[in-house]
Design a protein around this ligand. Structure first.
Ligand SMILES: [Zn+2]
Length: 906
């Protein structure tokens, strides 16, 4: 059963999202952009769902309400409402409730249609990146205004029913300085007012222009966009096999059109791929991608007007490989939201996971086709296990992790690893359990049944139960409503007499609740490294499952397999949680490293082998490093036949351990990794240097993605070498930095140099600063290198960057890049100065950007599980923080501080 919510722990609960007494039908919007404000007039047409005397609208505390009018019924009431002036209405604003109460002129009966008009002013901010806000203005241009309405940004622009179910039609007129190149909103341009599709002069207002958009497909307010800015436009077109044409536009910062070349190609490919694989066609005339600079998110779907941060939207010489991959993912992700989110919309924020989980699943399929599928899966699993922000780590802290939340303090909290990573894994498991064909029928049913409307979690699962005939109650209950994850342990034995391999899987769990319905994919592999035909299957741990067994234990027997066969277990990480194989010896693991046909399985076996060493070193830092591990590292380093991407993964020694019990041992894990890297470097120096030199990343590439695997490998090899901090290692890193043309190489070389005592270090960092400070993405790369220095001076280095004219703490990309890597710097974070730094920085950031402050604060989420000497220091820092963070101004950070201090996790 779900844990009982503590009624005071959250500001919002599911009960707060009851249907409103009015249904919003249509909005007639007019917005005027000025240098210091945006003036709004909104005529809202409603139908009363019940009798009412008063109308309650959502309106942000800082929205200034000038007047409210009653609009007498016109001939075609409610749409469009009469444009005539109305009668003034009495109103009251309640800032603490973000509400506007309007006294109606008479009692309205159920079913009655009516309209009110509001006159308001909003004042766009540089730090509250919601509603209409100030983005970076190109030189010499009028102020650049961007908007972000998910979740509750609309009510910062205009009073509204700011609810996912308030899907209504809109007609939006934007007016602004004639120098703006674009005034953008949702829908198609109204040809009556703007015959050429372009803004027209405003009579009596020289220097101003306006444009009207008609949005006649009902849309939830969170998808609204209203922006005014200066961009260069890159246009193209895509034609579906059906013949339907969609115009595509990229709005890019002035002078940066070339950066849209590759993204436009990816977009065209993504639109057709999505049409082919998801049976969907985009229904509007134009699909725009709009570059924005300041945002807490990578992108936002605004029905036909996707906003993407410039650093991910454009690809140029400053785009490093991770951003390049992200650029692919975000394009297909936001496009998929046209179907999942905009067409079928979540019913409440508690169902938001549905929008995202399914969309991420589609994004992942695209990425697996576009890049190396094994490496894409490895990256997904890395995201799941990430030591601070990964959902497993969040669940280990014990406060958060249920996909369907008990409540929240700010809707931004729903945009996290639980929604984007855990929930996507749940969709993946659902497909594994049902099989791809049944899954496809279930999701088609869902989109058919709820197209144009709203859907909730129960309705989503009902579609899959209907098409499969299976009971998914256990699956839903544990995966969606509890905090924690399964721990599945395998044991196996071979019976010589019957030539049978017996596998037992046993489940226990982390966190409170029952056992999970979990799929585990296994295969039996022969000694040549080939799957034995007929010996691959998905075992289900489920009570009353189709093949017997229970959620606690399931057994499988593989008959007539040779003695030399071995198991490839939990293939491609088939379930979300922790897996271990109690029967695996080091020899078994080494066999898998070399022979498992699943590349994921090879990496997982290497990590398991490394974990044996790591855990020994955590318990005894002086223990010798095992020969079997060292020999295997040498074999991998010398094996030139391995694909470079796989080899990079095999040689990347993480700080995190697969055994999740060691997660709070930050300092010990850091030290153990250093020992392993150093030992490997010393034992295999010549082979490492030879492999490093043989990996050529210097030849020019025709496509940005070319050489991505080689760059990864070169970085992994260099990382091992520099752990020695010898003059030779420093020289290799410095030469690499100077010789490299690709920014990924330059960043990985620079971060290696920054780990060392190289006398050239400061000059090289300064070179990089000079070259990158004017480009947001490159500058962010530089800042994150700075924060990685594992020595005392890192705090002064961070302070110095903060004091430079280029740094703006209010710029989300700057603050994320400088502060979050310091949160991962386990060598320095867990010192007295590091703990104080984190608490001070969270306190400073909370009023500026709660989102980044929360991500930084997550470093303290395991406060109560820390070592005896650290725990009191971190708890004392959290106590200080609870006094310093305002419940009113930063409710979300204040809530997280309370959670970290609570004893719930004990
Ligand atoms: Zn999304």
């Amino acid at each position: 059963m779900p844990n009982r919510p503590n009624p005071r722990a959250f500001r919002y609960h599911r009960g707060d999202f009851a249907p409103r007494p009015v249904r919003l039908e249509h909005m007639e919007i007019s917005l005027g952009f000025f240098d210091d404000r945006v003036e709004g007039v909104n005529t809202l047409a409603f139908t009363a769902r019940k009798a009412l005397d008063e109308l309650r609208l959502d309106a942000a505390a800082d929205l200034r309400v000038r007047a409210v009018e009653w609009i007498p019924p016109g001939p075609a009431q409610p749409v469009p409402p009469s444009p005539e002036p109305g009668a003034p209405l009495a109103f009251e604003t309640r800032p603490s409730e973000a509400a506007l109460l309007v006294r109606l002129p008479r009692r309205l009966e159920q079913g009655e249609r009516f309209a009110v008009r509001t006159h308001t002013t909003c004042f766009p901010s540089e730090t509250v990146l919601e509603g209409i806000y100030r983005d970076t203005t190109p030189p010499g241009c009028p102020p650049q205004y961007m908007s972000q309405c998910e979740q509750w940004g609309f009510q910062r622009i205009l009073p509204v029913i700011d609810d996912c179910t308030a899907k209504c039609t809109m007609r939006t007129t934007l007016e602004g300085d004639a120098r703006y190149t674009h005034l953008i909103s949702n829908g198609d341009v109204c040809r009556d007012t703007n015959p050429d599709g372009l803004p027209v002069a405003v009579p009596g207002a020289p220097g101003r222009r306006r444009i009207t958009y008609v949005n006649d497909i009902p849309m939830a307010p969170y998808l609204f966009i209203a922006c005014a800015g200066t961009w260069d436009a890159v246009t193209d077109e895509v034609v579906y096999p059906s013949g339907r044409r969609v115009r595509l536009a990229y709005l890019v910062p002035p002078g940066r059109a070339a950066g849209a070349d590759l993204p436009m190609r990816i977009l065209k490919e993504a639109v057709l791929w999505q049409g082919r694989t998801q049976a969907y066609e985009y229904a509007r005339e134009v699909y725009r991608t709009i570059c924005m600079e300041r945002s807490n998110w990578g992108g936002m779907e605004n029905v036909g007007n996707t906003t993407i941060v410039t650093s991910a939207a454009l690809v140029d010489e400053y785009t490093h490989d991770r951003r390049l991959e992200y650029a692919h993912g975000v394009i297909v992700h936001e496009f998929e939201h046209n179907q999942c989110g905009s067409d079928v919309t979540m019913e409440t924020p508690f169902d938001m996971w549905l929008n995202e989980a399914f969309t991420v699943d589609v994004e992942r399929q695209f990425m697996a086709e576009r890049f190396d599928a094994d490496r894409v899966r490895l990256a997904e699993v890395d995201a799941m296990r990430a030591p601070v922000h990964g959902p497993l780590a969040v669940e280990d802290a014990g406060h958060l992790g249920n996909i369907v939340r008990e409540g929240f303090n700010s809707p931004d909290e729903l945009v996290d690893g639980v929604t984007y990573v855990k929930a996507a894994e749940v969709i993946r498991m659902l497909r594994l359990i049902l099989g791809p064909e049944v899954f496809r029928r279930g999701k088609n049913l869902y989109f058919e049944r709820y197209g144009g409307g709203n859907a909730n979690t129960g309705q989503f699962f009902a579609c899959f139960e209907e098409v499969s005939g299976r009971d998914l109650a256990q699956f839903r209950r544990e995966w969606l409503h509890t905090i924690g994850y399964p721990r599945i342990e395998a044991a196996h034995a071979y019976d010589e007499a019957t030539r049978t391999l017996i596998v037992d899987l046993r489940q226990s769990r982390a966190g409170k609740g029952g056992l999970f319905h979990a799929p585990v994919e296994i295969a039996v592999v022969d000694e040549q490294g080939r799957d034995i035909p007929g010996a691959s299957r998905v075992l289900e741990l489920v009570d009353g499952g189709p093949r017997g067994g229970s959620a606690a234990h399931v057994r499988a027997a593989f008959h007539d397999v040779p003695r030399s066969a071995f198991l490839s277990l939990n293939r491609n990480c088939s379930f979300y949680g922790a897996f271990s194989d109690a029967s695996a010896t080091a020899a078994d693991l080494i066999r898998r490293i070399h022979l498992d046909p699943s590349l994921f399985g090879r990496v997982e076996a290497m990590r398991t082998l490394t974990d044996l060493e790591r855990v020994r070193l955590i318990h005894d830092p002086e223990a010798p490093v095992g020969n079997a591990w060292l020999r295997t590292m040498g074999d991998v380093i010398r094996n030139d036949a391995l694909p470079p991407g796989l080899k990079a993964y095999l040689l990347s020694i993480d700080e995190a351990s697969l055994d999740r019990r060691y997660l709070p041992c930050y300092r010990e894990r850091y030290a153990a990794r250093g020992r392993l890297l150093r030992t490997a470097a010393e034992a295999h120096w010549d082979a490492l240097v030879a492999a490093f030199r043989a990996t050529d990343t210097y030849r020019p590439a025709a496509e940005p993605a070319e050489g991505i695997e080689e760059r990864r490998l070169k970085a992994a090899l260099l990382r091992i070498l520099v752990e020695t901090d010898t003059p030779q290692a420093r020289q290799l890193a410095e030469e690499h930095f100077r010789a490299a043309w690709n920014i990924t190489d330059r960043l990985s070389a620079l971060s290696c140099i920054n780990l060392t005592g190289s006398p050239a270090r400061e000059a090289l960092l300064e070179d990089a600063y000079g070259a990158w400070k004017h480009h947001v993405a490159a500058y962010a790369g530089y800042l994150s290198v700075i924060a990685g220095r594992p020595r005392d001076e890192v705090f002064d280095m961070i302070a110095r960057e903060e004091s430079r004219a280029t740094f703006d703490i209010r710029h989300p990309e700057h603050s994320r890049a400088l502060y979050l890597p310091m949160g991962a710097n386990n060598r320095m974070l867990w010192t007295d100065r590091g703990i104080a730094w984190l608490a001070d920085t969270v306190a400073r950031l909370a009023p500026i950007n709660e989102n980044t402050a929360n991500r930084l604060l997550a470093c303290f989420q395991h406060a109560r599980q820390l070592a005896d000497d650290l725990r009191p220091k971190v708890l004392a820092a959290l106590e200080r923080l609870s006094g310093a963070v305002s419940e009113t101004d930063s409710p979300s950070v204040a809530g997280r501080v309370r959670a970290a201090l609570s004893r719930q996790a004990d």
